[in-house]
Design a protein around this ligand. Structure first.
Ligand code: COA
Length: 260
């Protein structure tokens, strides 16, 4: 993917997917959505990848949204198809089966905010601005923002963000639980690396089960969620990693998880 704005590199089991279209603040056109979809599919299928980090290149933006110039040319059917394409990507990210960390290094607006919402965890630099400004263009979020924002922060505050279109800064996003942590811009890389390395050393099957139980459980009733949990609890007891984790504790040593 060397000639595209989507860069992909795996270092020590952490796959870094970077959007590099800095002259347009990493705004996403449909071709880029397709390439991102392929990149995430590859990361999901590659056994050596345990964690994915998604970020934007440059100091200013994570992703400034869908490409407004491209949006302007769409008719109703094209817009619905574009929404479906973006939703499919955000669903792939949410259900990747591996943790995806959004390193939010600046503007995360519209589709950029929606991409961050689909990630498992969000670490923001203190200069980040997050928001759903689509209303200012006379449209609405189309990559899952109306659904995921109100599942992450209180509904009234999600309404306010989507109806006013006004972005919030990183500290406010932290207060609302929209991001997990806020760090100085120069510390973002090291903070995300430490978190990614920690997760990469963890037991992959148990992580997959935890993410799925929390994600799907949040959209079901308690009993269905508990069924999901106990099914996964049984599944992890069939893994070598469960033997390794419990043995390592009893032998007072650090575990070495293999994903088997
Ligand atoms: N789609 C297409 N181009 C975009 C874009 C987007 N979502 N966001 C930024 N750009 C482009 C600008 O048009 C500009 O291109 P140009 O230099 O060819 O004119 C370039 O990126 C730099 O943006 P600019 O607006 O000059 O930077 P700024 O620092 O003054 O403002 C923002 C930054 C993020 C506040 C502003 O770019 C913005 O509001 N972007 C749109 C955000 C949005 O509505 N996203 C949701 C889309 S559905």
């Amino acid at each position: 993917m060397s000639n595209t704005p989507i860069r992909m590199e795996t270092v020590n089991q952490v796959c870094h997917i970077t959007i590099d279209r800095q002259d347009k603040l990493n705004a996403l056109n449909r071709a880029m959505i397709g390439e991102l979809d392929q990149a995430f599919e590859q990361a999901a299928n590659e056994a050596s990848v345990r964690v994915v980090v998604l970020t934007g290149a440059g100091p200013k933006a994570f992703i400034a949204g869908a490409d407004i110039a491209e949006l302007q040319g769409l008719d109703a059917a094209g817009a619905a198809a574009a929404s479906r394409q973006g939703q499919a990507l955000t669903l792939r990210i949410q259900h990747l089966g591996k943790p995806v960390i959004a390193a939010v290094n600046g503007f995360a607006l519209g589709g950029g905010c929606e991409m961050a919402l689909a990630c498992t965890l969000r670490i923001a630099s203190s200069n980040a601005m997050l928001g759903l400004p689509e209303i200012k263009l006379g449209v609405l979020p189309g990559y899952g923002g109306t659904q995921r924002l109100s599942r992450l922060i209180p509904r009234g505050l999600a309404m306010e963000m989507a109806l006013t279109g006004d972005p919030i800064d990183a500290e406010r996003a932290l207060q609302l639980g929209l991001v997990n942590r806020v760090v100085a811009p120069e510390e973002l890389g090291a903070t995300v690396k430490a978190l990614a390395d920690k997760l990469a050393a963890s037991a992959p099957t148990a992580m997959r089960c935890i993410m799925d139980a929390i994600n799907r459980g949040a959209d079901s009733d308690l009993e269905a969620g508990l069924d999901l949990e106990s099914g996964y609890f049984g599944e992890v007891f069939g893994t070598e990693d469960m033997r390794e984790g419990t043995s390592a504790f009893l032998e007072k040593r650090a575990p070495r998880f293999t994903g088997r």
